[in-house]
Design a protein around this ligand. Structure first.
Ligand code: FE2
Length: 356
């Protein structure tokens, strides 16, 4: 972990990107003794920028918080009306708890409070720090996605699935937020939308080496094939990974768990695919995998963050490598490489020269 001063320095740069300054209020939401050093760093940073910080600290995290691995949507804020009302009065809320997919988060955003989620390890906050160029590429990606009617993606393992677009908005995550009511996540660097409720059809084969972030934080060993019809997962076949996932999903005893959620691609050229393999413990959401430059993020379960009605607590995120993406049948990615100049970034792919 960083020294306090260094952490506060990085948070100051982040809050500057978020437009924090004189006369603003910055609320920091934490739970129990989790991430107290984050709360201190953000409050110190807000103070340096002339803003008024405060910390809303709730009793210990609910069993359904992500660290518990039990699902999303139920948070320590659930049923805590005084805390919700207090947070609605802030200009910026720094969420150290993970409120995404909760009704409380939507209510706070509707009050005009912008929200920055921050739960990743300090090293990742620094290494994947957002840039203006990343925002530009995420916004350029969003423009393409917004005007498309279909999103089709394929991979060499057999994926070929088409999402009918238009029912849901495109959400961008570029790592900071300076607009009222807007949510973002530090670190990030990707974008997403959803297919029409009954408008996703085809099959997705999550290949060996792809990742299940939420909930397992592991690389897939045996390909998993999802059969999707009219926006619903009808079957998941494969080996051990498919068996694990089927068992996990069945544990929610919820028909809505089998909906198809968001779809999009990653733009963060600083992310490394191998990083998850280095980590000894599951921390945060592992945005590094989800935002990886050129990946496709395939996801199942809730779609409330897009304005949909699926509020299941069973959410699965699966970053997939080497996919091809077509918007209205025009290529955006071929085998994991962007083919549109505006979306390209230099990625670090250093390999030593062969020894002769
Ligand atoms: Fe997700």
């Amino acid at each position: 972990m960083s020294s306090k001063g260094v952490f506060a320095d990085v948070c100051t740069r982040e809050l500057e990107l978020c437009g924090v300054g004189e006369g603003q209020t910055v609320a920091v939401l934490s739970a129990g003794d989790e991430r107290l050093e984050y709360a201190d760093a953000f409050m110190s940073a807000a103070g340096r920028l002339g803003a008024t910080p405060y910390n809303v600290r709730l009793p210990e995290a609910s069993a359904a918080s992500l660290d518990g691995g039990g699902g999303v949507g139920a948070t320590p804020l659930t049923n805590n009306r005084p805390a919700v009302e207090t947070l609605k009065r802030a200009d910026l809320l720094v969420d150290l708890v993970f409120m995404l997919f909760s009704k409380e988060q939507l209510e706070i955003q509707e009050a005009g409070t912008r929200i920055l989620l921050c739960i990743e390890p300090f090293e990742n906050l620094v290494r994947l720090f957002p840039t203006a160029d990343q925002r530009r590429r995420v916004e350029a990606s969003a423009k393409l996605l917004e005007k498309a009617s279909t999103f089709r993606f394929t991979n060499r393992a057999g994926t070929d699935v088409t999402y009918q677009l238009g029912q849901y908005p495109v959400l961008m995550e570029y790592g900071f937020t300076d607009q009222p009511g807007r949510w973002d996540h530090w670190p990030a660097g990707f974008l997403l939308t959803g297919g029409a409720d009954d408008g996703v059809n085809g099959r997705v084969v999550v290949d060996r080496g792809d990742i299940i972030t939420i909930p397992f934080m592991r690389y897939v060993q045996d390909p998993m094939e999802f059969t999707i019809g009219s926006g619903r997962i009808q079957d998941i076949s494969g080996g051990f990974d498919a068996e694990m996932l089927r068992d996990y999903m069945a544990s929610f005893d919820d028909d809505k768990a089998y909906g198809v959620a968001h779809i999009g691609w990653g733009c963060n050229e600083k992310s490394r695919w191998s990083q998850l393999g280095l980590e000894k413990e599951n921390r945060g959401l592992h945005m590094e995998s989800m935002a990886c430059y050129g990946n496709v993020l395939f996801s199942t379960g809730p779609n409330q963050e897009l304005g949909g009605t699926n509020d299941t607590q069973c959410h699965i995120d699966m970053p997939m490598r080497n996919c091809s993406v077509f918007l209205d049948e025009e290529p955006v990615l071929i085998d994991g490489e962007f083919v549109i100049d505006d979306l390209k970034a230099e990625r670090n792919s250093f390999m030593p020269a062969p020894v002769r």
